[in-house]
Design a protein around this ligand. Sequence first.
Ligand code: PLP
Length: 384
Amino acid sequence: MKTIYLDNNATTAVAPEVLAAMLPYLGELYGNPSSMHSFGGQVGEAVDTARERMAALLGADPDEIIFTSCGSESDNTAIWSALQTQPEKRHLITTRVEHPAVLNVVQYWERQGYHVTLLGVDGKGRLDLDEYAAALSDDTALVSVMFANNEVGDIYPIQTMAEMAKERGVLFHTDAVQAVGKTPIDLRHLPADMLSLSGHKIHAPKGIGVLYVRKGVRFRPFLRGGHQERGRRAGTENVPYIVGLGMAAQLAIDHMQEERVNVARLRDKLESGLLERIPDCMVNGDVENRLPNTSNIAFKNVEGEAILLMLDRLGICASSGSACTSGSLEPSHVLRAMGVPFNYAHGSVRLSLSRYTTEEDVDFVIENFPGVIQTLRAISPFKN
Ligand code: PLP
C-alpha cells in the first residue's frame, strides 16, 4: 500500500539532495571542524558554507546563525538568554497558541515568579494588537510570538509586532519553525532580535536547528562549556546535520517561490474537494492568511482519533486536533483558544502537504475521505 504523507507539519522527508550532501560527512570526512589540521579544516569549511546558506535564506549575516540541536532548544535558549541578560525585567509576553516549546517554558518561568501575559486569539486564530500594545511595558523582558501556527497554519503579524516591541525597547523572538521555507522571511526588514527554526520541518533531518541572534543583541548561552559557535553554544558541531540543513536552506532559496504556489494549489484542491463532498465540516483558522501547505478541517460529531485510524488503514498519514490526556480526548490548546465548538474541535484533522505531495495523492484522499466520515457518523453516538 502506498503511503500518502499529509503530516508535514509534524516532520518532513529528508530531501535526496540533503542526504547526498550529508553522506560524505558521515563517512570519510569525519574531522573535527575546530582542528588545526587541514583534514578538520575542510570540514570546517563545509560548516561555514552551511551557515552562509542558512543566513542567505533568512536575510541574515552568517555570524548571526547559531546551530542548535532542534527548534525546542532554540526556543528555550532565546527565552533563557532574554531573562539572563535583563535580570531586572520580570515580565514575558507570548500567546495562547504557541507550541509547547515556548508555552511550557514560559509557564515554567511563571512558576519561578515571572509575570506572564498570554495573548488570546479570536475564532479564526487572529491576535488582537490592541491587547498586545496594552501588555507591552518597561518591565517586559521578551515577547515571543510564533511566525506561523503548526496546527492551523495561521500566519501572525510578526512584522508589526516586532516593530511595536522595538518602539518600546523590548526584545522580540519569533518561533519560525513552521514558517521557514514555506513563506518568505527577510531579517533585513523584519526587526526581530531572535528567531528559531528546525531542520526536520524543511526536509533536513531531525535533531538540528538554528537560533538566529541579531548582531548587537546581548546573549547568554544555554548550553555552556566549549568554545563552539563562537562561545554561544557548546558541543562539537553536528557536522553532517549542519551540512544537510545548509543544503535544505539552499533548496528553499532556489525553489520556495514556485513550491509555494504549487503546494497551495494542491492544498486548495484537497480542501475544497472535501468541503464539497462532506456535510457539516468547516476549516479551522484564517483562510485568508495561512501557510500554503496547511489545512485544518473540523468534522462535526466525529472523533478525530477515529478518523486518523481509518485514514491510516488507507495509507493516509494526518494528525488530529485533539490529544489523549489521562484517558479523555482533550481538544488541542490551539482550538480551545480559538473557541472552536466542542463537537467540531473533537473531529478536527490537520492535513499538511509538502513539495513531494502529488496530484494523485490529493485525488486519492478526496475520493476516500468522505467514506471515512460517513462510516464514523453512522456509528457515532452523537445526533447527526
Ligand atoms: N515550534 C513549532 C511551531 C513546532 O511546530 C515545533 C515542532 O513541531 C517546534 C517548535 C519544535 O521543534 P523541534 O521538533 O525541532 O524541537
